[in-house]
Design a protein around this ligand. Structure first.
Ligand code: 13P
Length: 256
């Protein structure tokens, strides 16, 4: 299997640019070359800290990738308050999260918007991290496959493996986000395996095999190893715990 683990910190709406500089510096001190060989490390600060974090990464030669938490789908224009994929790419951003449940639930990002954002991110030469997941009600009603399968298909509809195949998927059950209630290793692996199966059906074995699928939702230093032991889980999209460089570094080094 050729998939390199990806540990991504989604800082959400936290940190001033000054705090962000300190966070990434502290993270850099805690990691060594063996960690970066084993695991791809990604931080997704708020827009206002991207430039500062990028400067630290560059001047300290840190092999840490830079990601954004959202973007608009248009290239430029009269879209007050929005940020375009091209602006992000120019800042050295290589990943953009699209479809995070907080955006879907609070900011009206529906499947159509998510699909447009995903294409725009690909078009600007960056890698989308497509986030999806079910609510507790949906899990209890046993419609999880319908929900996450629907979200995946809506986002990828019409894309072929060549154009879309480099994307990262993040399975984030909404009931596990910020709640301290993680999906069990088995629940997470089952959903991730299901998503990989759908990618296989659409895009074939090779793409299914190379697509990284992350788990997100109350991942922490205590549960990371169990989740990562599952063959289909290729990393984490980590919220709260990624705001503490000690915890995030411990999670990156889960394999030790
Ligand atoms: P928590 O790790 O805080 O549950 O957040 C997960 C998440 O939403 C990452 O995108």
């Amino acid at each position: 299997m050729t998939r390199k683990d990806l540990m991504a910190g989604n800082w959400k709406m936290n940190t001033s640019h000054l705090e962000a500089i300190q966070m990434v510096q502290k993270l850099g001190y805690r990691l060594d070359p063996a960690d970066y060989d084993r695991v791809e490390v990604l931080v997704c600060p708020p827009f206002t800290a991207l430039r500062s974090v990028q400067t630290v990464i560059e001047t300290d030669y840190l092999p840490i990738a830079l990601g954004a938490q959202n973007c608009h789908w248009e290239e430029a224009g009269a879209y007050t308050g929005e940020i375009s994929p091209t602006m992000l790419a120019k800042l050295g951003v290589s990943y953009v999260i699209v479809g995070h449940s907080e955006r879907r639930q609070m900011f009206g990002d529906d499947d159509g918007a998510v699909a447009k954002k995903l294409r725009a991110v690909l078009g600007a030469g960056m890698t989308p991290i497509l986030a999806l997941g079910e609510t507790l009600d949906q899990r209890e009603a046993a419609v999880i496959e319908e929900i996450i399968g629907g979200q995946l298909h809506a986002a990828l509809d019409g894309l072929d493996a060549e154009t879309g195949g480099g994307l990262v998927v993040a399975y984030e059950p909404i009931w596990a986000i910020g709640t301290g209630r993680t999906a069990s290793d088995e629940q997470a692996a089952e959903a991730v395996g299901f998503l990989r199966g759908l990618i296989r059906e659409s895009w074939g074995e090779a793409t299914a095999d190379s697509t990284r699928i992350l788990y997100g939702g109350s991942m922490n230093p205590g549960n990371v190893a169990g989740l990562m032991a599952k063959r289909d889980i290729d990393g984490g999209l980590i919220g709260g715990a990624a705001l503490d460089p000690d915890k995030f570094a411990a999670m990156i080094r889960y394999y030790k």
